[in-house]
Design a protein around this ligand. Structure first.
Ligand code: C5P
Length: 201
């Protein structure tokens, strides 16, 4: 039977790490849906029209270099506000969620739109300051020339656009468990998530 775990929340709250740890702990597949929007945004920056970029996206595009840059993140959040772009990407995500053996999907609208019937839903969040520090450490650690202020401003701009858009805005599903990781170590957050999934499965 397909067992689906939906993980949503703003950038740099810990979704990715928690998703990977859950996939590992329960031996199920993981899809970082942000990568789909980043790959679409990357193609937009390369001159492909946004809806066309989403409709013709190939699995190999998700492996492209440079998807983790601030410019691509901004382009991703711009294309993600276009309803036709989101529509073009739904089937791929739902098919992934239904794969036998179960799946973890993380993004912004997994518990609300893509998998409203998911067995377990989390909304992972943390304060702006904590998220900016985490993303700053990540970006400067991979050689990006950024300042903490810039990273904070970028996160706020992206979260505001993701929350305010009409199409599938970032909001916790009514039945999501909210996990605020501001004061937690990553090990504590992972432990809390594993405990909850174990109780529900
Ligand atoms: O999660 P990540 O930061 O990689 O996502 C990049 C952007 O893609 C987000 O800011 C958001 O605009 C968009 N996104 C989305 N829905 C998802 C996943 C990502 O709108 N399920």
């Amino acid at each position: 039977m397909a067992f689906t775990i939906a993980i949503d929340g703003p950038a740099a709250a810990g979704k990715g790490t928690i998703s990977k740890a859950l996939a590992n702990a329960f031996g199920i597949a993981h899809l970082d849906t942000g990568l789909i929007y980043r790959a679409t945004g990357r193609r937009l920056l390369d001159g492909v029209e946004a809806v066309e970029a989403a409709r013709t996206l190939q699995a190999a595009d998700l492996e492209a270099d440079g998807l983790r840059t601030p410019d691509v993140a901004r382009a991703a959040s711009q294309v993600a506000a276009i309803p036709e772009v989101r529509e073009a990407l739904v089937d791929f995500q739902r098919a992934f969620a239904r794969r036998s053996g179960g799946a973890v999907l993380d993004g912004r609208d997994i518990g609300t739109v893509i998998c409203p019937e998911a067995e377990v839903k989390f909304f992972v969040t943390a304060s702006d300051a904590v998220r900016a520090e985490r993303r700053y450490a990540e970006l400067s650690g991979t050689g990006h020339d950024v300042t903490l202020d810039q990273v904070l401003a970028d996160l706020r701009e992206r979260d505001a656009r993701d929350s305010a858009r009409a199409a599938a805005p970032m909001i916790p599903a009514e039945d999501a468990v909210v996990l605020d990781t501001s004061e937690m170590s990553i090990d504590q957050a992972v432990e809390a998530a594993i405990k909850l999934v174990t109780e529900r499965s």
